[in-house]
Design a protein. Structure first.
Length: 170
């Protein structure tokens, strides 16, 4: 397993992969900054252009695009009080008032550092927990996905303000 990690890091350190990640990060920032666009739309637009590229380059481009969309959305949320993506709605609550006080650079810096720490922590936890949860993930089939969807919708209904379940004190 250690050899696989070393091989992956060796491929990651190539100039072409780093260039693909930088380009993907820039495109992701733009797609995140513009309201209505996002990671899913960015991936859908760029997949046809990546068919001729090697797998590692296209994967690096798409992953960096998707990862940087969240930070790009926080920039428009902080500066204009318009979230670039739906995940950046909470950034409007604190970031825009900071920008009105003249602390926009500080708010954007906090958003960038938080995004980096969250991404690294998520990747680290995935790398650690994937061997443990892999058998569970493989066993998930259509019935389990259906029940997970029903559970998610039920939680939305129960936790929504003014829902009938809350009014009936279920």
């Amino acid at each position: 397993m250690f050899q696989i990690i070393v091989d992956g890091l060796y491929q990651l350190a190539s100039i072409k992969v780093i260039a693909a990640m930088l380009l993907g990060s820039f495109v992701g920032l733009v797609f995140g900054f513009l309201p209505g666009l996002g990671g899913t739309i960015g991936i859908a637009i760029f997949i046809p252009f990546l068919f001729g590229m090697p797998f590692n380059l296209s994967l690096a481009f798409l992953l960096s695009l998707r990862a940087s969309v969240m930070f790009g959305g926080s920039i428009s949320a902080i500066l204009f009080n318009v979230p670039g993506t739906s995940q950046n709605i909470a950034t409007c609550f604190d970031g825009f008032p900071m920008a009105q006080k003249g602390e926009a650079a500080k708010a954007i810096g906090i958003a960038g550092i938080s995004s980096m720490i969250g991404g690294l922590f998520g990747a680290f936890m995935l790398a650690i927990l994937l061997p443990v949860i892999r058998p569970l993930i493989i066993r998930f089939g259509p019935p389990e996905f259906f029940m997970l969807t029903v559970f998610g919708l039920s939680m939305i209904v129960l936790l929504t303000e003014g829902s009938m379940a809350v009014l009936l004190k279920v």
